[in-house]
Design a protein around this ligand. Sequence first.
Ligand SMILES: Cc1cc2nc3c(=O)[nH]c(=O)nc-3n(C[C@H](O)[C@H](O)[C@H](O)COP(=O)(O)OP(=O)(O)OC[C@H]3O[C@@H](n4cnc5c(N)ncnc54)[C@H](O)[C@@H]3O)c2cc1C
Length: 420
Amino acid sequence: MLPEVPTAELLFDPACHWVSHWQRGADRSALSRPTPLPRRVKYLIAGLGITGAATALELVLHGVAPDDIAIVEAAHLAFGASGRNAGFVLSFPGAEILDWRRDFGEAGARELIRLNERNRRLVREFVTSQGLWHQPGGSYFLAASQEEGARLRECQVMLEEAGAVGFELRARHLPAGPGFHECIHQPADLGIDPVLYVAALLRASGVGYTPGCMIDRGGIAPGADGLSVETSLGTVLADRLILASNAFSPFIDRHFATRSPVAPARNQVLLARVADAAALERWGDGIYYSNDGYDYWRALPGGLFLLGGGRNHDREVEATWRHEQNPRIMRYLEESLLPRLAGPTATVIHRWQGTLGMSPDGIPMAGDLPDYGGRVSYAVGLSGYGLGFHRVLAEALVGRLVEGKPLGPFAAERLYSPTA
Ligand SMILES: Cc1cc2nc3c(=O)[nH]c(=O)nc-3n(C[C@H](O)[C@H](O)[C@H](O)COP(=O)(O)OP(=O)(O)OC[C@H]3O[C@@H](n4cnc5c(N)ncnc54)[C@H](O)[C@@H]3O)c2cc1C
């Protein structure tokens, strides 16, 4: 059964006032130049978040002409999770890598660790070459309990055995202050402005995008001369459609409610102004996460402090696409975590939320939809960690489409039998 759909207006209202710090700061007209919907195109991409933008760039890097690619976006550039996240580009998601070993075996987990590192290298090279603002201070995974500390030690052994470079497990990296037991530090990880990042990927690709253009459910039909794709702005004839619609994918095709399920998981975030500069100094320009990755924070220029997470405090309520704030989680962030991390002068000045598209095992899923003659592909389910995998996911998908290479660990077929 397909999930209950909140109205399209609620999902994609471009005037939605729960915008993120990044979306609020961005002058959209300066970020990208919208283009009219083409009538005919080789590659049509649905969704302009990190996945849609990275896929467009990867197609161009594989020799496809930018004019042969078009992106349609239901709302606007980085409207979804890509414009609402914390901007952490991580090469270690925490103790999840122990689950990778369980789910993908030893070799599969090593391959994911390698892909994760490669992704971080690609992002770092890209932001540097584009002169994009970023915080280069590395990532710090802080254990919130003795048990989590023991898991981190196990992770460090696994990272070393996989040949991952630069990770350090050291008490000396623990920031001053109570409550943390152990820390894995990766100096090469970075923090970005995710909206500027999506705009830069799009710009580097040279591909045009049409905002306010939504692909209709049931509007995709294969024909002799291509795929007919109905959108809210008219019909496009495409050789291939690529869905980069992440959490919203179940509204497009039931495959994402059944065989390759993408489940919504909302996250709450707040921004505080901190008058006491010393209270922020200890965070420098690093990115910090803890408590199995449920809590995350970073200091931003101008005396600002970003704090998100707490989904584990109300997990069932947060399994939704609705753009609403969760007072219970906001209270946890504001009253319990914020004073501890940013001191008593921290005052909340903005709040927002965003919805992740979770895959069953937390690893993105790529493949073809079965009902459209092999003309509809997808890269979805980027889960809580999309900045850690989007470039290598796009490489895998485009590598398969253009060169016939295998999808590797991202193949959605790992989760179901294609013949069942
Ligand atoms: C609060 C929060 C914090 C996070 N922090 C981090 C972090 O620090 N680091 C990290 O790695 N990950 C983080 N994540 C996860 C990360 O943001 C996501 O994994 C990633 O952004 C997913 O990118 P995407 O492009 O696949 O999807 P999205 O960014 O959601 O993009 C999908 C796009 O498709 C469009 N769309 C949907 N349906 C249609 C349709 N029918 N027609 C046309 N367009 C359509 C949507 O409007 C949307 O813009 C966080 C997520 C949230 C919500």
